[in-house]
Design a protein around this ligand. Structure first.
Ligand SMILES: [Zn+2]
Ligand SMILES: [Zn+2]
Length: 272
């Protein structure tokens, strides 16, 4: 059973297709269920506050239209990818209460810092190995801060900065030096009943691995983690459902017996 729990539509600035188009493509690809997780980034790409991130009525209208056009072909849930929740804790909690089914808590940029993506697209972020390590240090701190805040169901794409740092001259960098901090993160997630997503978008690009990487999926299991979702992070129809089978295999190989879908922020455990 294939369920894509990270999928974007034109509600997100960087996506190309409507929810209905994405849902029909997912049905065509043989998926049973998808959950839309459009960007609700509380900072914009430059790291400035983004007060227009949550447009509830617009989002719900898109969802209703998708249900009408594709709801008989595939099960469709409505979630959000809530970015930088820890930068605006009160706002994040208020938005989280309005998202029907599921929230991915993501960190695309650090406080008062541009999106990690921009560091590989013209902005001077990855100026030295020491500078990269300092960013990853702050990244680990902000993941933990996000986990403590709790306005999410799973933590999104752990390792996102590496996708950009590695192509900027530091292919050898990874998160291993922060293993103790990541254990701390996983302990908080486990103790609060929250989870980790396996984001398969890295398999399609230069990163060549999932986010988090295989050793971290294993670490999540070894820390007593139970909740995992698997998502393609598709931004266009051609990517709907991409890598889900590989994500499931990785979960199984890491010791998990179940992956999760969500309804009203409650997990359903599905045998792998
Ligand atoms: Zn993201
Ligand atoms: Zn995403």
């Amino acid at each position: 059973m294939l369920c894509d729990y990270h999928i974007h539509s034109v509600y997100s600035d960087d996506a190309e297709n409507t929810m209905a188009e994405m849902a029909l493509a997912a049905a065509e690809a043989g998926l049973s269920e998808i959950c839309f997780t459009d960007h609700v980034d509380l900072d914009d790409i430059d790291g400035n506050p983004n007060p227009n991130a949550w447009r509830r009525e617009e989002y719900l209208a898109m969802y209703r239209s998708a249900l009408e056009k594709a709801g008989d072909r595939i099960k469709i849930k409505l979630g959000a990818e809530l970015g930088e929740a820890n930068h605006f804790p009160d706002e994040a909690k208020a938005i989280a209460a309005e998202v029907p089914d599921f929230i991915i808590g993501s960190t695309h940029n650090l406080k008062n810092t541009p999106d990690f993506y921009l560091g590989a697209h013209g902005t001077a972020l990855y100026t030295s190995k020491e500078a990269c390590a300092a960013l990853l240090d702050r990244y680990a701190d902000e993941l933990i801060e996000t986990a403590r805040l709790g306005a999410f169901d799973v933590i999104g794409h752990i390792g996102y900065p590496l996708r950009y740092i590695r192509v900027c001259g530091y292919p050898e960098l990874d998160l291993r030096p922060w293993e103790a901090r990541l254990r701390e993160l996983f302990t908080i997630l486990r103790d609060t009943g929250r989870g980790v997503e396996i984001n398969t978008s890295g398999l399609r690009g230069t990163l060549g691995e999932t986010m988090p990487a295989a050793w971290l999926v294993r670490l999540w299991h070894d820390c007593g983690g139970e909740v995992i979702t698997i998502g393609s992070d598709a931004h266009r129809v051609g990517d709907a459902g991409a890598g889900l089978a590989e994500g499931q295999r990785l979960a199984r190989d890491s010791g998990f017996e179940y992956f999760c879908t969500f309804s009203e922020h409650k997990p359903t455990f599905i045998k792998l």
